[in-house]
Design a protein around this ligand. Structure first.
Ligand code: DC
Length: 233
């Protein structure tokens, strides 16, 4: 039966276009494990901050690389959702803070960091039945993934969604600044030397600028189930 197949589902795309929301919903639908690879880059960034590897002149890669073997990252599921664990501590809230968000691009471009995390990500998926989202999942981490999705949405639509989310949380924000941040992150993700964000040749593109969450979920589930049926025949 289709539902018993253990697919590896790779989701890549631009920041702030709802990858993790969709990935979690898919993992729930198929009873798969969800891995947020961005959380792993954020956890390494937090480690670098805590260990004073960020200096006034920028990230000291030497400092981070010296301590790379000491970094242990895992995930834990409790009733408030999936928690990121860094060296035994739950850092789920801390890694979402603005300080980490503003520094993570410096850490995610370091080759040795990427090598370590890619190897960890592959270990986590050894039994299949996994949905992983990020920037290089279909291109580098799982080039053989059973289903690859590349998500995007217009920058102004993504900025508006983030703006609305922040306002709802009571955070005072400026729309123009958010829009600029969205564009800057796209540029950094797409233009870094190590594993830049790009669509895998065999990925299906989903532009969700004008789709509701439910519409996009139904559409993707349908695409995956069709693929599963194809694998059976
Ligand atoms: O998805 P996110 O915004 O939480 O990701 C945080 C950062 O990590 C983002 O700047 C891009 C980077 N990242 C990456 O380089 N490769 C991944 N597979 C996932 C995230």
């Amino acid at each position: 039966m289709a539902a018993e197949q253990k697919f590896v589902i790779a989701i890549d795309g631009h920041s702030s276009c709802g990858k993790s929301t969709l990935a979690k919903a898919l993992a729930k639908h198929f009873s798969y494990v969800y891995i947020d690879s961005g959380a792993m880059y954020r956890a390494v960034t937090l480690f670098a901050i805590q260990n004073n590897c960020f200096r006034p002149e920028g990230l000291s890669e030497e400092c981070l690389l010296r301590a790379l073997d000491e970094i242990d990252i895992s995930f834990d599921k409790n009733k408030s959702g999936i928690q990121t664990i860094l060296n035994g501590n739950n850092v789920e809230d801390e890694i979402r803070q603005i300080e980490v968000s503003s520094k993570v691009s410096f850490v995610s471009k370091v080759r040795e960091v990427r090598q370590k995390l890619v190897s960890l990500q592959r270990k986590m998926s050894k039994d299949g039945g996994i949905v992983m989202d990020g920037r290089d999942i279909g291109t580098v981490v799982f080039p053989q993934a059973d289903f690859k999705l590349f998500m995007t949405a217009k920058p102004d639509v993504r900025a508006q969604r983030r703006f609305d989310e922040m306002i709802e949380k009571g955070v005072k924000v400026n729309y123009e600044e958010i829009l600029q941040n969205v564009k800057d992150r796209d540029f950094l993700d797409e233009n870094r030397e190590e594993s830049p964000l790009c669509k895998a040749e065999d990925a299906i593109v989903l532009d969700n600028s004008y789709l509701s969450r439910q519409e996009q979920l139904d559409w993707v589930i349908n695409q995956i189930e069709k693929r599963m049926l194809g694998h059976e025949n």
